[in-house]
Design a binder for this molecule. Structure first.
Ligand SMILES: *Cc1c(COP(=O)(O)O)cnc(C)c1O
Length: 376
């Protein structure tokens, strides 16, 4: 049975006609840059994130880059983040001329370890950038007070966590609600994906909002008047139209991902060689990815590939060991949890349209690899 890691064609078959209708309206308007659809999407996404403002930009990467630029960091200023994330998290820190400072992750959730963050804060630290990895939020209730006492910004990399929530002091808080500023990605494979690149900055900080809005249009709100040097980083009206058509489906898609995750948990239970993902009880996980840890991971992946099952490794090389960051002076062995995760993780198909038969097939093939063909 063929089971892709993600099946966007299945999603398109279900909702494509609605999306095309919105796209056609933009094409007929011939107004492609910013405009009404982008503004409407900004309002909707601000609501989802429970933030005052949202700013549509060209990618999730730019949704990190512009807020970092708005912090006016000096060369040598430091931003603390995780080494176990997509490259853009640290790449953007480098690209604004600051220094990424890595701390190891929690072995259960693989999110940044707040004790490591506390120990890494120094005189040059200006911001903390937690990543809500795979769709569950980092422990902001521990990071925000740390940042507040030291006067640091908190930039949530929420690119994998749109709609995720965490219970803090008894109240459910959304990804993007409490950080100084947060980034979302609409890369096609994300839980809310466009038909191309796209991203959004969310913030309740009026000054951050104003700076980012200016930075996305070459540093000037009034055309041909430039207060600073910015970027050309706008969300397309066409992408906004696609995303507006998809957004109403997001809660149901996230719920379906959660059901798939629970089903895998049951199907893979009792298999000693596999650790299924653990949701922090304070989190509402949106399962952007369902990631297991497995013994003999690479051989397992090859076994599944041979049976038509798509998997992926997020992430095979932690960022402190990437050649481009050799100048930072980190060595292998420095972040053992992230390094072990890089050797052991494997993402399984978990997309909303995945059928029970497909899931049973994935689980059966995993059991087959480990030589335990128990009845399912
Ligand atoms: C996808 C992603 C990004 C970047 O998003 P793009 O839209 O691809 O630029 C940044 N951080 C994380 C954690 C991501 O998963």
């Amino acid at each position: 049975m063929n089971v892709p890691l993600l099946d966007l064609k299945a999603q398109h078959a279900a909702i494509g006609a609605d999306v095309m209708e919105r796209v056609r309206a933009v094409v007929e308007s011939q107004a492609f840059i910013l405009g009404q659809p982008v503004q409407e999407l900004e309002e909707r996404i601000a609501e989802v994130s429970r933030a005052r403002h949202a700013i549509g930009v060209a990618s999730g990467t730019d949704a990190l880059l512009l807020p970092l630029r708005a912090l006016d960091l000096a060369p040598g200023d430091e931003v603390i983040t995780t080494p176990f994330t997509f490259f853009a998290t640290a790449g953007t820190i480098h690209n604004v001329g600051a220094r990424p400072v890595f701390v190891d992750v929690d072995p259960v959730t693989w999110n940044i370890d707040p004790e490591g963050v506390a120990a890494a804060i120094g005189s040059r630290t200006r911001a903390i950038m937690p990543v809500h990895l795979f769709g569950q939020m980092a422990p902001l209730e521990r990071l925000l007070p740390l940042a507040a006492t030291k006067g640091l910004a908190v930039i949530e990399d929420a690119c994998q966590a749109i709609g995720a929530r965490r219970k803090m002091e008894g109240t459910w808080r959304a990804a993007g609600e409490l950080g100084t500023v947060s980034s979302l990605s609409f890369f096609p494979t994300k839980n809310l994906g466009g038909w191309g690149d796209g991203g959004m900055i969310v913030t309740s900080d009026d000054r951050m909002h104003e700076r980012c809005r200016r930075l996305r249009t070459h540093g000037g709100i009034r055309t041909y008047h430039h207060d600073e040097v910015g970027f050309n980083s706008r969300l397309d009206a066409l992408q906004a139209a696609v995303l507006l058509a998809k957004l109403p489906h997001l809660p149901a898609w996230s719920a379906a991902r959660g059901r798939n995750a629970a089903r895998y948990d049951a199907l893979l239970a009792g298999l000693d060689a596999v650790r299924t993902p653990v949701t922090d009880p304070l989190n509402e996980h949106i399962f952007h990815q369902y990631v297991i840890e497995a013994d003999r991971r690479d051989a397992l992946q090859a076994h599944l590939t041979a049976r038509g099952i798509g998997t992926s490794i997020y992430y095979p090389v932690p960022l402190h060991l990437q050649p481009c960051f050799a100048y930072l002076g980190y060595r292998a062995g420095q972040f053992p949890v992230a390094e072990a995760a890089a050797r052991r993780v494997l993402a399984l198909p978990c997309y909303p349209e995945l059928t029970e038969a497909q899931q049973a097939c994935v689980a059966r093939c995993i059991r087959e690899f480990f030589g335990r063909q128990e009845p399912l």
